[in-house]
Structures are given as C-alpha cells and as structure tokens.
Ligand binder design. Structure first.
Ligand code: NAI
Length: 258
C-alpha cells in the first residue's frame, strides 16, 4: 500500500471558511488536489465563484457559498447548502479571520467586538455547527482551527487579536476533549508569518522584512505551500489519533531567543 494514501481526502467534503483569499483559498485548492469535494465559504462570493470555477476546470468538485462567520443564520445556511449538494461536511478548516494592529489605548468597544466576533466567536460558531451535524449523522470528522503564534505569545499593538487567538487555542483543546467520544477530532494550526492580504503592506516594507530577519530563526516569511503538510495531516486519516494538538508552522519563531 502506498504510504501516502493515508493523506488522501477522497470521498470527504471539506468546508473552508474565509476561502476568498490567502491561506483559505490556498488550502481549498490543496484539499481539492487531495481528492475532496470543497465548499468555499466567505462574504466575497464573486471571488469564491472564480475559485470554484478554477477548481472545477482542474477536475475537482467545488461549491461557493455565502458565509459570514459572525452570523449564526449565515453559518447554518452555508452548512445546509453544502449538505444539499455534497452531503454532511466531514472536515472544516476554520480559517476566516481579521487582523489589524492597534494600540490598546485606541481600541474602541466596536473594534474589540469585531475582532472577537470574527476571530473567536466565529471559530466557535462554525465548529459547533459542524460538530452538531456530524454527531447527529453519527459520522467521524475533523475540525482544524487556524490560530496563530500570537495565540501562544504576544505582539505589540495586537491585544485584541492575541486574546482571540489564545481563545482559539483553548477552545480547540476543550472541543477536542468533549468531541473525542463522537470521533470528531479538533486541532489547531498556529501559523507564523505568511504574506497575505492581511499583512502585505507591512511585509512589502523594509521595516517588515527587517522584523522577520531579526525575529524568525529561519530568517524568512513562510510560503503558503509550507502549510499544506500540516493541513493534510490533520484533515486526513494520517492524523487519525491526533486531537487537541496545536501545530506551530513558523520557521522557529516561537522558539526565538529572548
Ligand atoms: P486573508 O485576509 O487573506 O484571509 C482572511 C479571510 O477571512 C478572507 O477571505 C476574509 O474575507 C475572510 N473573513 C474575514 N471575516 C470574515 C467573516 N466574518 N466571515 C467569513 N469570512 C471572513 O488573511 P490570511 O492570512 O489568509 O488569514 C487566514 C487566517 O490565518 C486568519 O484567521 C488569520 O488570523 C490567520 N493567520 C494568518 C497569519 C499570516 O501571517 N498571514 C499568521 C497567523 C494566523
């Protein structure tokens, strides 16, 4: 038997939140290449339609669904639509997120709420919805939450983001414990720095690149391809005994010298 078969997603339905750009769009393509039917969820539906078309042209199955993770009705409707076309969602990549640096002295109530509402409440809402449907259907599943190294350590001007991501780390572990009896695995990936729409202005600047050279032991940004292995491991049977894990993918950033 081919040792790589364990990483296959053939026969699985994978829902990706925040699939309209960056990490989500990239890993949605990867899920399709690994054989999954892919449900692309985000608010910018035209972008999702383009990606769905690209995946179909490459021979895959993809569905674009409007999804706002801050809105319960929208989340339920996206899962309903996915189920109607592909059946119960087996794997969720809980990836949607926002990130903007702000001093703690300037964060308004609305800024705080927006951050927590998307980056923590949204992850909980989507995970709960997936778990309710999987347990009802008596099917095993895998939920992968995109946390951040900023959920494990802190950065300047990001107190709301760090608090939300730390919440994602703890939420992932708690859900892993509660859902293990239903054969639903819950793990988190904690990326270091990858250039996406969230941070490209900073990493196009000399200041941003200098930060990376100074702070990351591997002295470079990550490439989106470097998230593929961790994602496929957690999504597939290759990771069948993994739950409650937090995988850092950060070029050694978390173990950088103090
Ligand atoms: P991105 O900005 O390209 O992608 C974020 C996606 O989430 C976008 O498609 C956006 O439309 C979507 N989104 C935002 N709010 C939403 C909502 N309410 N409902 C549905 N979709 C929504 O940025 P990136 O980097 O791809 O971010 C993906 C995840 O990775 C985020 O959770 C982010 O916090 C996390 N992350 C990113 C790192 C990086 O260096 N790029 C580092 C660590 C974590």
């Amino acid at each position: 038997m081919d040792v790589l078969n364990g990483f296959s997603l053939v026969g699985k339905t994978v829902l990706v939140t925040g699939a309209s750009s960056g990490i989500g769009a990239h890993l949605a393509r990867v899920a399709s290449q690994a054989g999954a039917r892919v449900v692309l969820g985000a608010r910018r539906v035209e972008r999702l339609q383009q990606l769905a078309q690209e995946i179909r042209q490459a021979g895959g199955d993809a569905l674009a669904v409007a999804l706002d993770v801050t809105d319960r009705d929208s989340v339920e409707a996206a899962f309903d639509e996915a189920e109607a076309v592909f059946g119960v969602v087996d794997v969720v990549l809980n990836n949607a997120g926002i990130g903007n640096g702000q001093s703690v002295l300037d964060i308004s109530e609305a800024d705080w709420r927006a951050m927590l509402s998307t980056n923590l409440d949204g992850v909980w809402r989507v995970a709960q919805c997936a778990a309710q449907r999987l347990s009802k259907a008596k099917r095993p599943g895998s939920i992968i939450n995109i946390a951040s190294i900023l959920g494990l350590r802190v950065g300047v001007g990001l107190s709301h983001y760090c608090a939300a991501k730390a919440g994602v780390v703890q939420l992932s572990k708690s859900l892993a414990m509660e859902l293990a009896r239903y054969q639903i695995r819950v793990n988190a990936i904690a990326p270091g720095y990858f250039k996406t729409e969230m941070n490209d202005a900073y990493f196009d600047s000399e200041k941003g690149l200098e930060y990376i050279r100074d702070m990351v032991p591997m002295r470079r940004l990550g490439n989106l391809q470097e998230l593929e292995g961790p994602f496929l491991l957690l999504a597939s049977e290759a990771g069948a005994f993994m739950t409650g894990a937090v995988l850092a993918v950060d070029g050694g950033h978390l173990v950088g010298s103090l």
